[in-house]
Design a protein around this ligand. Structure first.
Ligand SMILES: NC(=O)c1ccc[n+]([C@@H]2O[C@H](COP(=O)([O-])OP(=O)(O)OC[C@H]3O[C@@H](n4cnc5c(N)ncnc54)[C@H](OP(=O)(O)O)[C@@H]3O)[C@@H](O)[C@H]2O)c1
Length: 279
């Protein structure tokens, strides 16, 4: 699989599988097993998704060497900055996944008190130094959250995973991240289905038709062409394959620009500045 190089020299597959709302139990196990068989080598999960155990089991049962698979997880709860509880949650994530180490651990959501973000980051840094997390990063951080974090961080975050799709292209945030040697992952690439409606769909479908591709594939490639990690979620074999094949598409620069023009700054998920958490 094609990879990007993170700012600590580690590689991350450019494309992966999202697993938010992939039900714990056989659904998560079967989906990940199937995705690995198709060729996926990057699985995105989180403590709050409740499916780490099944994902870990699918990875162990896959027969694929551990080092060939990249796993991201995320810490959502901040426990009011209680160090013992935060460490307990991180240890539990490692134990539940049971795959030795986590390739990338993210702070799932910025705390509105930046001292708590600093404190969690310090703990993340200690797990990173111990080799339990191979890389550490953040999610849903706005520029101001990162500016605060970078003042105290010893280890620079490698990643910011944020909502990003044709209706919210995140160009200014991506520029800031690039300037600071931090990669961006897009979540919600299909904008909760809004890319399949109205004017947005008309434009995307017209582009897709030119390439004999689907709208989902065009979006996957739009992100990859911008240097973004793409992690669409599906539990259906035909869609897992369809999304995976989006990696092969080559879009003309003018088509990428047409998609950029669809940006309306429209959030379909929570706004990190106005929600204390994303639930
Ligand atoms: N860091 C964060 O705060 C955060 C927040 C949200 C998500 N995420 C991560 O990002 C991943 C992706 O985001 P997401 O799951 O919210 O949204 P998404 O990937 O944009 O969309 C998933 C939805 O689209 C459907 N779908 C998938 N492929 C399709 C295709 N080719 N054609 C038509 N429909 C298709 C899926 O249905 P089926 O499953 O039925 O196919 C599912 O309902 C998550 O799974 C999670 O890992 C992170």
């Amino acid at each position: 699989m094609e990879t990007y190089t993170l700012n600590n020299g580690k590689k991350i597959p450019k494309f992966g599988l999202g697993t938010f709302r992939v039900e714990a139990g056989e659904s998560a196990y079967d989906t990940v097993k199937l995705a690995l068989k198709i060729g996926y080598r990057h699985i995105d999960t989180a403590i709050m998704y409740g499916n780490e155990s099944d994902i870990g089991r699918a990875i162990r049962d896959s027969g694929i060497p551990r080092e060939e698979i990249f796993v991201t997880s995320k810490l959502a709860k901040h426990y009011d900055g209680d160090i013992v509880l935060i460490k307990e949650a991180l240890d539990k994530s490692l134990k539940t996944l049971n795959i030795g180490y986590i390739d990338l651990m993210l702070i799932h959501w910025p705390d509105h008190d930046h001292h708590i973000n600093d404190l969690i980051w310090k703990i993340f840094e200690s797990y990173y130094q111990e080799g339990l997390f191979k890389s550490i990063g953040v999610s849903n951080f706005q520029i101001h959250h990162l500016e605060n974090l970078l003042k105290k961080a010893i280890v620079r975050p490698v990643m910011n995973q944020v909502e990003c799709h044709p209706l919210l292209s995140q160009v200014p945030l991506q520029k800031y991240l690039t300037d600071n040697d931090i990669l961006m992952t897009s979540y919600g690439p299909l904008a909760r289905g809004e890319v399949f409606t109205g004017k947005t769909h008309e434009v995307l479908e017209e582009i897709a038709k030119q390439y004999g591709a689907t709208v989902a594939q065009v979006i996957v490639q739009w992100g990859l062409a911008r240097g973004i990690v793409m992690i669409p979620k599906s539990v259906h074999e035909e869609r897992l394959i369809e999304n995976f094949k989006g990696q092969e598409l080559v879009l003309a620069p003018e088509d990428i620009e047409k998609i950029n023009q669809l940006n309306r700054g429209r959030r379909l998920y929570s706004d990190p500045d106005n929600n204390i958490n994303f639930l």
